[in-house]
Write a protein that binds this ligand. Sequence first.
Ligand code: URA
Length: 247
Amino acid sequence: MSGKTIRLDRLLANLGYGSRREIAILARTGRIRLDGARVRDVEQRIAADPALETRLAIDDEPLDPLPGMILMMNKPLGVTCSHKEAGPLVFSLLPDRWRRRDPAISTVGRLDKDTSGLLLLTDDGALLHKIISPRHQTPKTYRATLDRPLRGDEAAIFAAGDLMLDGEDKPLLPAKLEVLSEREALLTISEGRYHQVRRMFAAAGNHVTALHRVSIGALTLPDDLAEGEFVVLGPAEIARIFVPQTG
Ligand code: URA
């Protein structure tokens, strides 16, 4: 949004701080500060550039991330990547206010309810599209735990580029398997078909008992990001999403 200006009350309403009327009340009661000074005119236009996140404070707290942000979450098991399904949703792990943002935050693709690990969420439609677009083939790496010992031929089956999943008419792109132990492997895929990893192992005669996404491109889930926690990504981390993995 750099270079553009926006009315302060609209910006804050879009970030979920309340209606424009409620924002006016926040200002009247001295709860909005810009560069430390009390803001009285909420109709003023301001440049919505990243510096604003530290210049503007609401109730002495720094402003929420401006639109155009992307989050990395360590998705726990048992939560669904949907806005409307029944049961616990990933969005309930975000602050309440963030769920009222416009543009809304969406997940970048989906992880199954029974899959944990690296999940991206963003309000930036162009960025979302770039990450999930088949044209970009962004690699995603999963650690799969298997019901039965690996046979030894799975890496060749997945790398061949001719594996056909049940009910589909187009073969999968080549995928890379790295065996970690008898029943554990890393699988890197560059598509995002429905239940793809589980269905690939099923096609190879096995069954996935646990699935965890460890990376997207060269962006890896940090060890110190606890389940259910998330961080806002900076430009260098966002760039890592688009760095192809080697080897
Ligand atoms: N493949 C799966 O089977 N499940 C996921 O959640 C992601 C990839």
